[in-house]
Write a protein that binds this ligand. Structure first.
Ligand SMILES: Nc1ncnc2c1ncn2[C@@H]1O[C@H](COP(=O)(O)OP(=O)(O)OP(=O)(O)O)[C@@H](O)[C@H]1O
Length: 267
């Protein structure tokens, strides 16, 4: 177990309230409510197609990029609805970062510039010294500094898959998000790189609230403080069957469907 310590409250609390989602007229999520507390790691688990990624994308306003997509409900970041009229998309993206399944650094851009690539979003100008400091800080937090400190000007695409994913985490951290969403961040990685990313998650958990979608039950057990089990039964939209502290979800789930899923009996 590499379960990180509970957060010290420096992250933010994210809360989905009665979130429903549609693609065209097909409803794929039905009134999902979940609080993702400050400084904790929340794992979203469940079989393929039950709406985990859709829920995650709603949490930082990526769902609305799909032309046919719509949603209902609220997403509160420290009590403020990110979808409230007048709230800007860029504000949500800045506060709530996302790391994707497949590492997506800018391959021809240097490692150094990759880390800083999101800074334009913030509108902040930084001096050379401040940039150097930020690059070192973020690569250190992402667990990559020691491996790349001597080759910061080399292209991001020259790194291994696991290193590229940690570079993407560093890039997300550079804009100082309050929440970091991770959509199956290790599914394209080998076991060693996976382990390294899990350690990074553990190290980051005390300062940024993390929500991770994973199909890997061992991973959910290792890295998360709480889990939410999603299910879309027989053509119905996805919903949360059960959520709670990770040890309870794995050790003594209350719903038999959760017990079957975490034991690997389906999905
Ligand atoms: N862009 C899209 N257009 C139409 N339907 C979509 C789109 N994206 C997802 N869906 C549908 O929404 C439902 C939920 O998909 P989603 O990707 O959120 O599930 P998931 O639990 O994350 O699955 P997986 O674990 O396989 O990634 C699925 O039925 C899927 O086919």
């Amino acid at each position: 177990m590499i379960l990180p310590p509970q957060g010290d409250g420096t992250g933010s609390t994210l809360e989905g309230r009665r979130v429903s989602a549609w693609f065209g007229d097909r409803k794929v999520l039905d009134r999902v409510s979940l609080t993702m507390p400050s400084g904790q790691v929340t794992a979203l688990i469940g079989p393929s197609g039950c709406g985990k990624s859709t829920f995650l994308r709603i949490l930082n306003r990526m769902h609305e990029l799909v032309p046919t997509a719509s949603l209902a409900g609220e997403v509160l970041l420290d009590g403020e609805d990110i979808y409230a009229p007048g709230r800007r998309l860029t504000e949500a993206r800045r506060n709530i970062g996302m790391v994707f399944q497949k590492p997506n650094p800018f391959p021809a851009m240097s490692i150094y510039d990759n880390v800083l690539a999101g800074l334009k979003l913030t509108g902040l100008r930084k001096s050379g010294g401040e940039k150097d400091h930020l690059v070192e800080e973020c690569l250190t937090k992402a667990g990559l500094w020691k491996e790349v400190r001597d080759r910061l000007r080399q292209p991001g695409g020259a790194l291994s898959g696991g290193q590229q994913q940690r570079l993407c985490i560093a890039r997300s951290l550079a804009i100082r998000p309050r929440v970091l969403l991770m959509d199956e961040p290790c599914s394209a990685l080998d076991p060693t790189s996976t382990r390294r990313i899990e350690e990074t998650i553990g190290e980051l958990a005390h300062e940024v609230t993390i929500v991770i979608v994973t199909h890997n039950m061992q991973q959910a057990a290792r890295v998360s403080h709480q889990c939410a089990f999603f299910l879309a039964e027989q053509g119905t939209p996805g919903a949360i069957v059960e959520h709670g502290p990770t040890p309870a979800m794995f050790g003594s789930p209350t719903d038999p469907r959760t017990a079957d899923y975490v034991a690997g009996r389906f999905g």
